[in-house]
Design a protein around this ligand. Sequence first.
Ligand SMILES: Cc1cc2nc3c(=O)[nH]c(=O)nc-3n(C[C@H](O)[C@H](O)[C@H](O)COP(=O)(O)OP(=O)(O)OC[C@H]3O[C@@H](n4cnc5c(N)ncnc54)[C@H](O)[C@@H]3O)c2cc1C
Length: 293
Amino acid sequence: MNQISIIGAGIGGLTLGNILKQHDLDFTMYESAPEIKPVGAEIMMAVNAMQIFDSLGLKEKIESRGNKIQGIFITDEKLRTISTTNVLALEKKFNSCNVAIHRAELQNILAKNVGFENIKLNDSLQQIQKNENYHLDFKNGLNIESKFVFGADGIHSKVRNQVLKTGKIRNAGQKCWRGLTDFILPEKYSHHALEIWGKGKRFGFVKISEQKVYWYALVNENKFEENLDLTEVFKDFDSLVLEILESTQKENIILNDIIDLAPIPKWCRKSLFNWRCTSCNNSEYGTRCLSIH
Ligand SMILES: Cc1cc2nc3c(=O)[nH]c(=O)nc-3n(C[C@H](O)[C@H](O)[C@H](O)COP(=O)(O)OP(=O)(O)OC[C@H]3O[C@@H](n4cnc5c(N)ncnc54)[C@H](O)[C@@H]3O)c2cc1C
């Protein structure tokens, strides 16, 4: 029997594994994929996330494999600033930076530190049931009993659906392309993340390492059609956008819907901490009260 099981070895599961390891807690992690592979291209780790990685001793490693981002800008089509987020002030306050990094790099750092031997691959959870302990049934016939289970199995989580019976997926009505290209940005954008707003469309880009630029492009669903030519869609944007698009190989572009999870009332079945809200004495939500007091 397992003491602790983690379902899913994405960024969430791997980070949790690192935290449990740091506390000398015994756990087993189950991942449905045959290998640890990145979902998407790049990710920006914000100052709050970097503080967690700092506490795990991984901050410098992540910073050195990615690119520190000191300013986040919203601009119009011609790169004229609409708003700025002053990341430097946050950096100073929390002694951590925003880091843009390839997802594969981040997952590799986290998986290496947790120990690849602690991650069981090809184990896809099908069913979870609570009796005295949790009973986990996997697609490949594996059956496990576990005292504690963490569901880190992503937005369509089976753990959340079956244990908490909650989770409404919302579709933003936007299509999103993400791409990675070998491209040298003008020096002034070396440590900036830009998001450019047009009518019913947006384009963002950021440097993630020497000569590598990550970009994303969004259009409202009503403007979407199969095999849309992005250089045509964004032809009224600054020429830098078109250069980035033109430099990208087709096989380095992925296309997804933009979805998220509507706020859920509960993140755990039962609080481990005898927690109660000091305003309403409610203990239902586990670690924080969702009522407005
Ligand atoms: C376009 C886009 C851009 C984003 N940009 C950012 C950003 O810049 N910064 C940021 O902080 N966040 C960003 N996010 C959000 C971020 O990607 C997610 O919050 C994060 O990946 C969630 O991690 P996770 O580990 O919870 O889930 P996932 O990354 O989805 O990992 C879940 C893992 O569980 C496994 N799994 C699933 N089902 C099972 C099962 N039944 N049994 C076993 N294993 C299973 C999957 O194979 C996967 O490995 C972005 C998201 C999108 C879509």
